[in-house]
Design a protein around this ligand. Structure first.
Ligand SMILES: O=C(O)CCC(=O)C(=O)O
Length: 262
């Protein structure tokens, strides 16, 4: 095995065995406070952004209202990576890139970035799926880093994964990109109970789903996806920074943009 950049051998083995890896407290203290402040600006200052940074908003279901942190009920975004220098540094963050190199391999590219929030009353309609049908490549060497801004437990829309389900692509239900829900063996179902600042890395083939949020607080997350340089896009990825080289031979390539202004 190549030398690991940041993960322990146990963490790497957990990713290989389970297809996901929970990294508690990845952001903490002042870094987490800054991340939450920048995220609040992202979901409140929605005008005047680059055109291809797209927002989607959710109508509050009966009995729910938006909270003060996400008052416009932003439920999703694409290409938050174009939100300015902070957001460039966020997806190129050396510890995240290092963890991805350890999980996927020494030659790493960016794939895409998005925001997936679960405002109060959010109901997930997607169900169990693999990300693979949504983002085909020549080989399934991709993984997503989900960064949670808030504590997120089962009744608050936690991500659920089926541990060890990443061994191959599975057939999808006719006319959809999701699995036949009744066929999913939930024996190894794990509810990712996360704290604010936790990161969960999930392999592109791991079966997973988003939960429903029955609480009064929006649960917010950034999802950045990465791939090996050897995995060639067959999906026609037009997302911002798609294919940006992040590491070669285990050496990180991108500068800290915001820090260089100091
Ligand atoms: O938001 C989540 O908890 C999971 C997101 C998800 O399933 C996806 O983006 O494919």
């Amino acid at each position: 095995m190549n030398e690991l950049l940041i993960l322990t051998a146990e963490q790497k083995q957990a990713f290989v065995t389970d297809g996901y890896l929970h990294l508690p407290g990845f952001y903490s203290g002042a870094d987490l406070a800054r991340l939450r402040d920048e995220f609040h600006a992202l979901v409140t200052e929605t005008d005047g952004r680059p055109k291809n940074m797209s927002y989607s908003f959710m109508e509050s279901p009966q009995g729910y209202t938006p909270d003060a942190y996400n008052p416009k009920n932003v439920v999703g975004m694409m290409d938050q990576t174009q939100g300015g220098d902070f957001w460039f540094d966020q997806f190129t963050e050396p510890r995240v890139v290092s963890a991805m190199v350890d999980c996927l391999g020494p030659n790493l590219d960016f794939h895409n970035g998005k925001v997936r929030n679960k405002p109060p009353g959010f109901e997930s309609t997607q169900g169990w799926h693999q990300d693979w049908p949504y983002e085909r490549h020549s080989k399934p060497e991709l993984a997503a880093a989900l960064t949670y801004l808030d504590p997120t437990d089962f009744e608050a829309g936690a991500t659920e994964v089926i541990a060890g389900s990443h061994r191959g692509a599975r057939p999808t239900a006719a006319g959809t990109s999701v699995l036949v829900q009744e066929d999913v063996d939930e024996t190894n179902r794990i509810v990712c109970q996360v704290g604010a600042g936790d990161v969960v890395i999930i392999h592109v083939l791991v079966v997973h789903r988003a939960g429903h949020n029955y609480t009064a607080l929006s649960r917010n997350a950034i999802i950045n996806e990465y791939k090996t340089a050897e995995a060639i896009d067959e999906w026609n990825n037009r997302c911002a920074f798609a294919g940006l080289p992040l590491a070669r031979d285990g050496r990180l390539l991108q500068p800290r943009v915001a820090a260089s202004k100091a």
